[in-house]
Design a protein around this ligand. Structure first.
Ligand code: NAD
Length: 497
């Protein structure tokens, strides 16, 4: 059976003391295996990145950017193949995979602006005959560790920007769908990237912990679940590395009585069930202000949910596909069962859907649960499945307090026609990414992506301007060329203007 290996120093390698099965989640079949890197394999990748750094650091930013221009073109030319790879290993339908890839390509476009982004700042005459400037220097070897749910987009959040900034990179993608990352590395090579600048190692905790503790890794970008993000952040920081670790989410949408209900329900349906709810920005809780809003939402949502089409990625008319593994499907089913046990009302039950041909796939259909309350397991934890919870509250203030006390603060949205309420909400809510009648407020590539509270460890968000800051060290140089013949004595007071 084919083994998905590593990409180290420009070479594909299948070095594997261990392997793990890879599944097509729509059929439940094992389709290939992935190599699970040993410490030695990861060290080899770090050494390759370390060796490639001096030459890449000295390559002019405009030449580094040209690689990104070619890479962007190759991504566009091979989009069909990339989406099929995403579909086969993740289960995402092609329209959704294309959306993910397009967002990833936007990050490459941002990286194409490398020379502009790295220009720095210059001040002339900060003192007599003294000029000062700040430049952004690359860090060295950067590691990226990515989750299964965006196998193309999240790696593309990281390595194009890190590399255009002059760093070299070791990517450790999810071991559940690793083929896309390897393919991206091959396209970067085809685009003209020198060997060793981008390396991909597949693996699990052993690979991650080797990256987190290696002396030669300067910084770590992580995206995944909160418990692992906390581990990555504390371990990398304890080893002296710069770290940004993006974690899990529980994204609430508030529906005010004046909301345009038809549009809100359509938006919620896509944002709750798209990609089977396996998005860190999925809207998973609808907080209805007043019973009238909740009753109207449930009635309209049931109508929308009857139309949902669930199935394999091969049929592009499907709305969403399976969950990533059998274990994850069982976990999601467990959350639905716990909701019923803890007193919530299952309005639409997506467990064990009847899908001809999909009997062995890891499917859960759209699920709607009413009368959910804080404290219930389904409310407190991230489900990461096609499950929408409805919570009934009496006021917007109560809704905001509930959102603020939740441990996650990734995304949120308010549906209303009231500009004053929307402005108060966006000003005061303790969440990093806010939508106003926009269900998935994922920042575009020239802003930055990051949640608050336990959705992001570290102080810089992913990509965009924060990404440039994360992947560079600021150096400020102050320079004086005294006029010839001028003699000055020692000055013992602190220099000032
Ligand atoms: P995960 O935390 O299980 O895995 C993420 C990465 O960590 C993978 O590369 C995995 O190999 C590695 N890993 C797993 N267990 C580890 C361990 N014990 N020690 C060291 N490394 C380990 O996450 P996932 O299931 O792949 O992805 C889903 C999660 O990612 C969800 O919680 C979702 O909200 C989150 N996510 C967050 C964002 C964001 O931007 N905040 C974006 C996408 C996904």
């Amino acid at each position: 059976m084919k083994i998905v290996g590593h990409h180290i120093n420009g070479q594909l390698s299948e070095a594997a003391e261990r392997t793990q099965d890879l599944f097509n989640p729509a059929t439940g079949e094992v389709i290939r295996q992935v190599a699970i890197a040993s410490e030695e394999t990861v060290e080899e990748a770090i050494a390759a990145a370390r060796a490639a750094f001096p030459a890449w650091r000295s390559t002019p930013p405009a030449r580094r950017a040209r690689v990104m221009f070619r890479f962007k073109q190759l991504l566009e030319e091979n989009a069909g193949q990339i989406c099929a790879m995403i579909g086969e290993e993740h289960g995402k339908i092609s329209h959704d995979a294309m959306g993910e890839l397009t967002r990833g390509i936007e990050n490459v476009e941002y990286a194409c602006c490398g020379p502009q982004l790295l220009k720095g700042e210059h001040s002339r005459n900060v003192g007599p005959n003294i000029d000062s400037w700040s430049e952004m220097q690359p860090l060295g070897v950067v590691a990226g560790i990515t989750p299964f749910n965006f196998p193309a987009m999240v790696p593309l959040w990281m390595f194009p920007l890190a590399i255009v900034c002059g760093n070299t990179f070791v990517l450790k993608p999810s071991e559940r769908n690793p083929s896309v990352a390897l393919y991206l590395a091959q396209l970067m090579q085809e685009a003209g990237l020198p060997d060793g600048v981008l390396n991909v190692v597949n693996g699990d905790k052993v690979a991650v912990d080797t990256l987190l503790t290696a002396v030669d890794v300067e910084a770590v970008s992580f995206v995944g679940s909160t418990p692992i993000a906390a581990h990555v952040y504390t371990t990398a920081s304890a080893h002296g590395k710069r770290c940004q670790a993006l974690g899990g989410a529980k994204n609430h949408a508030i529906l005010l009585p004046d909301a345009d209900m038809d549009n809100a329900v359509a938006a919620l349906t896509g944002a709750a069930f798209g990609s089977s709810g396996e998005r860190c920005m999925a809207l998973s809780v609808a907080v209805c202000v007043g019973d009238g809003v909740a009753d109207a939402l449930i009635e309209k949502m049931c109508g929308e949910m009857r139309k949902l089409k669930v199935g394999a990625y091969t049929d592009s008319s499907n709305d969403f596909g399976p969950l990533i593994t059998a274990a994850h499907r069982d976990k999601v089913n467990g959350y639905i069962a716990s909701a019923a046990e803890q007193g919530a009302t299952i309005v639409v039950d997506g467990r064990n859907p009847k899908l001809p041909g999909g009997e062995k796939g890891f499917f859960v259909g759209g699920t709607l649960i009413d009368n959910v309350k804080p404290g219930m397991t389904c409310y407190e934890e991230e489900i990461f499945g096609p499950v929408l919870l409805v919570v009934r509250v009496d006021s917007m203030a109560e809704a905001m307090q509930m959102i603020d006390r939740h441990e996650y603060g990734n995304g949120t949205c308010i549906f209303t026609r009231d500009g004053e309420a929307a402005r108060y909400f966006s000003d005061n809510i303790r969440v990093g990414m806010v939508g106003i009648n926009v269900p998935l407020p994922v920042p575009v590539s020239y802003h930055s992506f990051g949640g608050w509270k336990r959705s992001l460890f570290g102080c810089l968000s992913a990509y965009g301007p924060d990404g440039v800051r994360f992947y560079t060290n600021r150096k400020t140089i102050t320079q004086r060329w005294p006029s010839s013949g001028v003699r000055e004595g020692a000055q013992f007071s602190f220099p000032s203007n």
